[in-house]
Design a protein around this ligand. Structure first.
Ligand SMILES: [Ca+2]
Ligand SMILES: [Ca+2]
Length: 403
């Protein structure tokens, strides 16, 4: 048995073309705009934090700002020559609030010609989805970008000193969807610019920096990463989304040509997802071990489900592994991964603006985030927090809130 190698991957090698088989036909998809509320940590949208600066770029024409506080950043996309578009936020220093944003939506390097985009009143700090028109070799191409602004006043009231810390996150505000045929079977297919850089075909050893393909039937929906292999209906395909997301092709891969190794996990782990430039591969590990194409991977997720003493069936999922969780599947060998239970409850406390906060979360063995759910639906009971003093004269229960 071969122990998994868990180490920082110094260099990710580029993969050769997946298959000698002729490329399958392109299947065309339709452009859709998402809602204005991003869902963090979902498999269809991830975000990029954009670094904000108070210093205006010297050579960029600016609009007339109404507020007394401006913040500037670049949204990176390979669809423009410079590799990024300028973004400016305009607001009030005293309130620590941002009222509107300017984005170089026509990609001409100037913000002076842009209309202000109001920050949503819904309290989410959402800006957009904002229409951006790239100029490509095939003509103008539309993309929608969603920005989310968050600010937090930091520093204790007692000190009399506080400052507002601003953060800006970029989400894709659009996706493509349509009906596709893969190996003779029909699926609903969506393609997501998961890493929010304007393109829909990114592959990476880092699952947070790769895009997503969703294939769904009435029974099952699964997300994949564009890579060497995509499993559907018990067979391997090489999926190639177009860079602009408008189409996708699925070429069959001869399974005899795929070198296979094995992955073994604890018997309580029902499924494990492993990801990288091979794609996102789902392994049924209910028997302890499963076959996987040879290659380098990072652990993407694991899931376990069991019944508690009162007969309620629980499901727990481990996700968002540290980037060091890299291992190799060698052809003809077995890699053993130490994932699964037990999970650890962590309680953190802090003080902000004169108020105490208490946060509770569950972590897996490698620091991954643990989510709990009930298999038959329903809401997982909210944890109760009891605060008591040493003398025993004060005891009070609080309900922690999700979010
Ligand atoms: Ca412009
Ligand atoms: Ca992308």
């Amino acid at each position: 048995m071969r122990k998994a190698l868990l180490a920082i991957c110094a260099a990710a090698s580029l993969l050769a073309a997946a298959s000698a088989a002729p490329a399958a036909d392109e299947q065309w998809l339709q452009y859709k705009i998402t809602g204005d509320q991003p869902q963090n940590q979902q498999e269809d949208r991830w975000y990029k934090e954009l670094r904000l600066s108070e210093t205006a770029p010297a050579d960029v024409a600016m609009p007339r700002f109404d507020g007394d506080m401006q913040l500037f950043t670049r949204w990176e996309t390979p669809f423009v020559k410079d590799g990024f578009l300028w973004v400016a936020l305009d607001g009030s220093k005293e309130k620590g609030a941002v009222d509107c944003a300017y984005i170089d939506t026509n990609c001409d390097g100037s913000l002076a010609d842009e209309a202000p985009i109001k920050v949503s009143d819904e309290g989410c700090g959402c800006i957009g989805p904002v229409k951006i028109v790239f100029s490509t070799d095939d003509g103008p191409m539309t993309y929608h970008l969603l920005l989310v602004h968050q600010s937090q006043r930091q520093g204790a009231l007692e000190d009399g000193v506080s400052q507002t810390v601003h953060a800006l996150y970029a989400f894709s505000g659009c996706y493509y969807e349509g009906d596709v045929t893969v190996g003779g079977k029909k699926y609903k297919c969506d393609i997501y610019d998961y890493n929010a850089n304007g393109t829909f075909n990114d592959t990476s050893m880092d699952p947070e920096d790769a895009d997503r393909i969703k294939l769904a039937t009435d029974q099952l929906q699964r997300f994949y990463i564009p890579g060497k292999y995509l499993q559907a209906g018990g067979a391997f395909f090489h999926a190639e989304p177009a860079r602009d997301g408008a189409s996708i092709s699925f070429s069959p891969v001869d399974s005899k040509s795929v070198p296979m190794g094995k992955v073994r996990v604890a018997s309580t782990v029902k499924e494990i997802g492993i990801a990288g430039e091979m794609g996102l591969i789902y392994l049924d590990t209910s028997k302890g071990a499963a076959e996987a194409p040879a290659g380098e991977y990072v652990i993407h997720h694991w899931l376990s489900d069991r019944r508690d003493k009162s007969g309620v069936e629980w499901k727990i999922t481990g996700r968002l592994f540290p980037r060091t969780a890299i291992f190799e599947v060698v052809a003809g060998e077995e890699a053993e991964l130490d994932v699964g239970e037990p999970v650890t409850a962590e309680l953190t406390t802090g003080k902000m603006s004169g108020q105490y906060w208490i946060n509770s979360r569950l972590l897996g063995k490698m620091g991954e985030t643990i989510k709990q759910a009930l298999v038959n639906g329903g809401v997982v009971p909210i944890p109760t927090l009891t605060i008591a003093n040493k003398a025993g004269t004060f005891t009070r229960d609080f309900k922690l809130e999700y979010g």
